[in-house]
Write a new protein. Structure first.
Length: 276
């Protein structure tokens, strides 16, 4: 992890805790985060797999890379590979910037880095220090997608245009909505915004509805209206003016279904949104 990225991660986390008046956790993180930074860099050097030296992976398909790095985007789990290939293949040999919310060992970022060999990858998570893979092309940043201030800190710190943004974080509708509202404008013209598992909360009540009482997803409803080209009546169904303000910035929305089922229902709904 770059030292300047650690300073951002450190400040962003602590400032958000102060705003939340979570002083107990603030006190613990003051000492814990520098320790995690040192440990993360040592782990990169001593234990994590350096994917920059894995030249045998350079000609593998995107799905094979997702499988190799044990990423749930592969055809073995959600089956998103074919959709990513369909919508992002045009970027394969370009120098692009990809931001992904949700690190989870860094499997997805590792696969994307090997397939889009000229890309700069930024992984974002509440715990950006825990990963299994290392590359000079991959950065790790802190963000709590449930906290609007944290998303704004991240947006201001990046201060750059992105070609692809992927939301594979909590899958909680409110978090997906906040992330979309705060980061969509970071995309370049013709950039692609991706949201994974748009409707998983409906079929995974033990993790979502039981505690959060979620009945619907405003972002999902918005995207389905655009996917169906039902824009004329959208104001009757969507009340959030912040998300409605994005309509004129969106060229198209495509929504697909992958393979994975929970409780007998397919939960692999993925949306691709192209910026004008």
């Amino acid at each position: 992890m770059l030292f300047r990225d650690f300073i951002f991660n450190y400040k962003s986390c602590l400032i958000c805790l102060i705003k939340e008046k979570n002083f107990f956790t603030f006190g613990k993180r003051i000492l814990l985060l520098p320790y995690k930074y040192i440990l993360s860099n040592l782990t990169d050097f001593l234990k994590n797999i350096n994917i920059d030296k894995q030249f045998s992976l350079e000609n593998k398909s995107l799905d094979d890379l997702f499988k190799y790095f044990d990423c749930d985007k592969s055809s073995l789990v959600h089956g998103y590979s074919k959709f990513y290939l369909q919508e992002l293949e045009k970027f394969k040999d370009s120098k692009i910037n990809i931001l992904e919310f949700g690190i989870h060992f860094g499997s997805s970022q590792a696969a994307l880095s090997k397939y889009f060999s000229k890309a700069n990858i930024i992984g974002v998570d509440k715990n950006p220090y825990f990963k299994k893979f290392y590359s000079k092309k991959i950065r790790s940043l802190y963000c709590d997608v449930s906290d609007r201030n944290s998303l704004k800190f991240l947006r201001d710190y990046l201060n750059t245009e992105l070609d692809v943004i992927i939301d594979d974080a909590s899958h909680i509708p409110e978090h997906q909505l906040l992330t979309f509202i705060e980061t969509f404008d970071l995309l370049k013209s013709k950039g692609i915004y991706v949201v994974e598992e748009l409707d998983i909360f409906e079929s995974f009540p033990e993790n979502y509805n039981t505690h959060l009482k979620i009945e619907s997803s405003e972002l999902r409803n918005f995207l389905h209206h655009l996917n169906n080209q039902n824009i004329q009546n959208i104001n009757k169904h969507i009340n959030n003016h912040e998300i409605l303000s994005k309509i004129n910035k969106i060229e198209w929305v495509k929504i697909f279904r992958g393979n994975y089922e929970i409780n007998g229902k397919n939960v692999s709904e993925i949306a691709f949104i192209k910026k004008i």
